[in-house]
Design a protein around this ligand. Sequence first.
Ligand SMILES: [Cu+2]
Length: 155
Amino acid sequence: MSLMGATVATVLMPATAARATGTVHEVQMLNKHPDSNERMVFHPDIVEAQPGDTIRFVAADPAHNSVSYDDMLPEGAEGWKTRMSQDAEVVVGAEGAYGYYCQPHKALGMVGLILVGDASGNYARLKEARLRAPREKQRWEDIFARADEIVGGTA
Ligand SMILES: [Cu+2]
């Protein structure tokens, strides 16, 4: 099984080998942030992982999913799109930064970031992605402000 790129773990393609060696990071899909009044959030919205780790998107509230941005993936990594209102697992193989959003709530800024290993290779490029909705843009600015310190601050 190749660990390059991200693959959605399904019944047909269980990422058993990857999960056996990697850590599982849970991301809750929520209508409201547990500690603030923010609506429609991935929690946590920044995950630090290592190649081969699994990101488990938990459908704690219904009507959410996770979709990778085409222009927010490491070179050569595959994107993903999970089913609405369902738990789903994505194995992150390639080192780098991955941006994703919730399809119904993209414009409301329901977005998240996964940093795998040394993410400096494509992290700066994520900031150049074109974002149309003001709240989407605002959430990304907030995420980047926190992620800068993790990636190195100069990115
Ligand atoms: Cu959503």
